[in-house]
Design a protein around this ligand. Structure first.
Ligand SMILES: Cc1cc2nc3c(=O)[nH]c(=O)nc-3n(C[C@H](O)[C@H](O)[C@H](O)COP(=O)(O)OP(=O)(O)OC[C@H]3O[C@@H](n4cnc5c(N)ncnc54)[C@H](O)[C@@H]3O)c2cc1C
Length: 296
């Protein structure tokens, strides 16, 4: 949750559990429950004119106020972070197919000398636990086949992000959403950090301007700019996401053959959910062709 507008009392150790609106003064109230400071008993109240929902997949503020429900389809992932060891620091691997149906796996080096190995799947398209997939992967021949050195102490990160169609509504009067609460991670591979930070910064500037001028227009511009940057690409990315999630190993074999014909920049664009008109035309043509073949 972004606490910048609700006062310096609120820190990341505060978990809020209630949002109320005070209609008379047009102000919002948050009841902050701080399990660390209060040993689970006390609540603080914080009054604010604006609230940013940055609570990630939980959509905590919007859900609490009945403005938007939590996403009913999510990407659930787990990753293990190893020392880079003898692994190549300039190589990344994405793997799909039988070991991670309805999802994908990844191996990539980090800027601080580590190697992240992870898997993610889409719930409820599958009910398989990513932890089980990860343990199966680690015990499989794939580790050797990919030439991975997974030795040394490792850390585990796990998390969830929305996997639903992009909804451009971001501003609800004085409540605004950003980040995973606004479904900003790419629908193809769930890359969210860069996009959430960029749009978070843009929202900060817009809200500052709105507060300074007492004019809601900058917030509306934030909403319109996000729609302009993301809506079209995320629409097509989400269509791809839904198709991939139902792919069998055979479908993946065919798809990988097609992907191998993409140029480097087209592949990067696909991973970033950035679709050119040519890519959209190609995909539409392929879909129509399949439909025609099925109906003949
Ligand atoms: C396993 C996994 C791996 C990923 N890897 C990458 C990657 O390599 N690169 C990349 O770009 N993206 C990656 N992503 C996506 C990326 O992590 C997210 O898109 C990004 O973190 C979203 O940021 P956010 O601040 O909107 O939400 P979050 O990072 O989810 O932060 C939301 C915060 O709000 C807090 N919160 C929730 N409810 C309340 C409440 N009631 N009161 C107070 N606080 C609350 C949460 O505890 C959390 O700290 C990954 C996601 C997963 C699940």
């Amino acid at each position: 949750m972004d606490c910048s507008k609700i006062g310096s009392q609120a820190t990341p150790t505060h978990a809020f559990n209630k949002v109320l609106v005070d209609d008379k003064n047009g102000r919002w109230w948050l009841f902050i429950h701080d399990p660390v400071a209060s040993h689970g008993n006390d609540t603080d109240q914080i009054k604010s004119k604006y609230i940013i929902d940055g609570s990630g997949v939980r959509n905590a503020v919007l859900d609490n106020l009945g403005l938007k429900e939590k996403p009913n389809r999510t990407g659930v992932g787990i990753e293990y972070e190893y020392p880079i060891g003898t692994n190549k620091a300039d190589h990344a691997i994405l793997f799909v197919g039988s070991s991670v149906l309805s999802g994908y796996g990844w191996v990539f080096p980090t800027a601080d000398g580590k190697l992240r190995v992870g898997v993610g799947v889409i719930h409820p398209d599958t009910d398989v636990s990513p932890k089980k997939l990860m343990l199966d992967f680690l015990a499989s021949d794939d580790v050797q086949r990919f030439g991975l050195d997974l030795s040394g102490e490792y850390e585990v990160n796990a998390g969830t992000l929305p996997s639903v169609s992009y909804d451009p509504e971001l501003v609800f009067g004085n409540v605004i959403r950003v980040g995973d609460s606004a479904n900003f991670a790419t629908p193809t591979v769930g890359e969210g950090i860069r996009i959430c930070m960029d749009h978070g910064e843009a929202l900060g500037r817009a809200l500052g301007e709105t507060i300074r001028t007492n004019d809601p227009a900058p917030l509306k511009r934030y909403e319109a700019d996000c729609k302009k940057t993301l809506a079209r690409n995320y629409h097509f990315g989400f269509l791809a996401n839904k198709r991939f999630s139902l792919y069998s190993s055979k479908d993946w074999d065919k798809s990988i053959r097609r992907i191998s014909h993409l140029s480097e920049s087209e592949l990067v664009a696909l991973l970033r959910s950035e679709f050119t008109a040519k890519m959209i035309l190609k995909a539409t043509y392929k879909m129509l062709k399949q439909k025609l073949l099925r109906s003949s």
